[in-house]
Design a protein. Sequence first.
Length: 608
Amino acid sequence: MYGIEIWSDDNFVIENGLVKVNHLSRPSLLEITREARKSGVSGPLILRFPHLIHKQIDKLYANFNRAIEENRYKGHFSAVFPLKVNQYANVINAMVAHGDRYGYGLEAGSKAELILAMSHTTIGAPITVNGFKDKEMITLGFMAAQMGHNITITIEGLGELEWIVEVSKECNLKLPNIGLRLRLHSTGGGTWAKSGGMDAKFGLTATEILEAVELLEENNLLGQLKMIHFHIGSQMEEISPLKKALREAGNLYAELKKFGADALSAINIGGGLAIEYAQHPAQRICNYSLSEFTNDVVFLIGDIMDAKKVDHPDIYTESGRFVVAQHAVLITPVLELFSHDYQEQHLRLKEVNPPLVEELIELYGNISEKNFIEYMHDALDHLESLFTLFDLGYVDLEDRSNAEILTHLIIKKSLQFSMIAPTPELRKLQQRHQERYLVNSSFFQSIPDYWGLKQKFPVMPLHYLGSNKPVRAASLWDITCDSDGEIGFNPEAPLFLHDVDLDTEEYYLAFFNVGAYQETLGMQHNLFSRPNAATVLIREDGYALTQMEESANLKRVIESVGYDGDSILNELESKLEESSFSSQQEKSDTLRQLKLFMEQNSYLRTTN
């Protein structure tokens, strides 16, 4: 089942040997992939499912509003989506369209993102601005406020506050709301723990917070201080660090209110709401539910405010991974079984074979579920002996090849039998005889967090699920010219795939939960561009493929790193003219083919 019940949140199901989208007409991912490939798409493909973005937004608001009602909390809930998580237009447009009913806003961390937020956020919905800023970026915030946006500029350092004072004196634009990022003593956990704690990159210490309040008061801007903000890390795996941070932030909020920050009305708890990536029960990442998360946030903040006799603040979150990670699936064909994809038709048997080869033929013909362990051991011993004979010159290359193929076929049969009577010894054998599956993708481009952070992503085949048991311990190789482009077999979280004949059948793998960060962080290592992408709208009576985003062709990719594509084509054409082709027609045909290649993407073009 590939842990589908652990990580999929019931978004995908296995039915009739296929992975299906668990929504309305329930199409299979294999069917959708084949339909997309009819348009000539080659290489990896990202499928977007906007209904899963809608589902997550609905769940986020429903759970917070339920917790507010159950705890008789007096504040309101609001949320913004951090654009850094996925800035692509088809994602943001789907999010904004559905989130409008809730007043769902956007968070920006750069000037470009702020321009997107200003242009895509509905007037009245919140915009928050985080990260380091200069005077120009702060001026953009004033412009957004003048347009009528509900914008909060979060201060990361006292210098930014001084620029706000400066801009307020230089122009007649409306003042934006001001937020203070807290540098909490509390820390998070897991890979992103360094987002919190006193050594964190962002935030003001207690002393700096007091200085900020005094600076605002001196310049008659204290009435604009509306929010405090903290963030203890993306993908919070445990709930206890958040509880500790909430207590610290809640008390800081209450103290600021007592210190004279009367306009303060909101606590922004940042992002970090986790999703599950694990495929094995023992590897589970998240130890809390969305219901527990929302209950704890609402109860703890309310409890602190009641104890301090302070009005309940509005609660903001910036959980982007939770909203978009599950909506995107990366589909990639397997090009080759790279270890030893041997079939019987590859044998080159002679009329008279060496005795060891004859014995291997006999073992292969007579292997059964009763003797497969013994025969497998015999085959491995014979192969080692034959290697020695080859080194000594007693057998030739064809004999060695036949021995390798026969031993491989015996191991494959043994692995199939092992499903009937699995033993620790056979499990070790599976791991020892791994298969390398070469996939038409770049891990650096499509799942860079695996390479950079060792983030695991659920992966499974689209088909052959059910009676056809996966028996091959699998390592995955991408097509980049880099040894790091590999997802090695992990005995603690093993991946087993099917033994397939790629000469006669297709085999696709799907990587799930790749909708957060992967597209925006993807790098053009070896000048591989973004995969093709398509949005899938599922109806009661079928589905539609829309918003096809084509992978950049070779010319565009080359231009993206500073070259002039037309000049390169002209140079190549000149070299063709000077070459020793036998005819002008051959030169013209070659040039035409070269131009065609330049209009295609970098991925390998195969029958898949």
